[in-house]
Design a binder for this molecule. Sequence first.
Ligand SMILES: CCCCCCCCCCCCCCCC(=O)SCCNC(=O)CCNC(=O)[C@H](O)C(C)(C)COP(=O)(O)OP(=O)(O)OC[C@H]1O[C@@H](n2cnc3c(N)ncnc32)[C@H](O)[C@@H]1OP(=O)(O)O
Ligand SMILES: CCCCCCCC/C=C\CCCCCCCC(=O)OC[C@@H](O)COP(=O)(O)O
Length: 294
Amino acid sequence: MDVLLLHGLLLLPLAALLLYRCSPHFQYLCKVAFFNCWIVAMATLLSPFAAFRGRSVDNMKLLRAALLPLKRFYGIRMRVRGAEQLQLQGPFVIVCNHQASLDLMGMVEVIPERCVPIAKRELLYLGTVGWACWLSGIIFIDRHRRDTAIEVISHTASTMRHENLRVWVFPEGTRNPGKSMLPFKRGAFHLAVQAQVPIVPIVISPYWDFFSSKEKRFTSGTCTIRVLPRVETRGLSPKDVPELTESVRQAMAEALAEMSMSDHEDQATEQSLLGLGDNRGRPQGQGDTARNGK
Ligand SMILES: CCCCCCCCCCCCCCCC(=O)SCCNC(=O)CCNC(=O)[C@H](O)C(C)(C)COP(=O)(O)OP(=O)(O)OC[C@H]1O[C@@H](n2cnc3c(N)ncnc32)[C@H](O)[C@@H]1OP(=O)(O)O
Ligand SMILES: CCCCCCCC/C=C\CCCCCCCC(=O)OC[C@@H](O)COP(=O)(O)O
């Protein structure tokens, strides 16, 4: 009986490995589980060090260092275009499209010094992850209570100016795996206008080629991050916010559409150069990006 049990235990990892190799769904589940486990493990490991410093934006460096290796585990190549647009003195607001939790990998590629994201309050309750986020100075808003969210944003506007803080906002307000961007919430734009600081739009290319939570697909691939020219807000007032929001969204939507096309073309070219004609692990009609291993 014991021998049988031992054999069973030995065969279990082998069976899991086989399943991982053969089933894209199982591979997806493993990769997503690893992503979350990595975040929880890093938060647990690093929070005591961060606590030593106290609540400070400097702890974002720890958080960034902890998340940077993730792309290597997943074989995701990051290409950054226009990084020089982030070489600004003083505070500014970054607005970025939000497809999935994977955006954290793109975020840490380009996040400048002294920059914190605005996040939904619910993240605070994720145990050590919430603790790590709080210690890093992440700004939390309750999306269901507009007045208190607006208060937090107003307070952030004055902190930005006094403490030379940069703020990263996902203006869609929620994850959006769709092909176009959702209408933008206006908080980020009120924030920039109140603080009279520039807005730097960032667009992360679509993940369709290597990731889809709907289809439970997670392979390797290339992701492009494009930093668009900054938009000045000096002299603008709250009445200008709707137009400002629309013009920034328009510029980002155009960049996203362009990137969707060119990423597809790039990957098709790479594929034919590498002689990779098949569509392993994904439906017909979507390019393969298997060049990065895994
Ligand atoms: C060591 C290892 C650790 C590992 C650890 C890893 C984890 C590390 C995670 C970090 C990364 C996190 C990433 C999370 C990502 C998200 O959590 S995304 C979700 C949170 N983000 C957001 O919601 C975006 C910001 N939200 C907003 O800006 C929204 O405008 C607000 C403030 C919540 C209000 O929402 P709303 O009422 O639904 O929307 P909206 O239509 O914009 O506004 C309604 C009205 O209020 C007005 N208004 C809005 N804001 C303002 C304002 N500030 N002032 C005056 N009026 C305003 C609008 O103008 C509008 O009025 P009208 O113009 O129509 O007259
Ligand atoms: C004592 C409780 C212990 C709980 C342990 C929980 C383990 C949690 C596991 C992993 C945490 C990963 C956190 C990744 C955060 C990614 C940021 C993100 O993408 O947030 C989503 C938010 O933008 C929009 O949310 P919705 O699309 O509106 O929804």
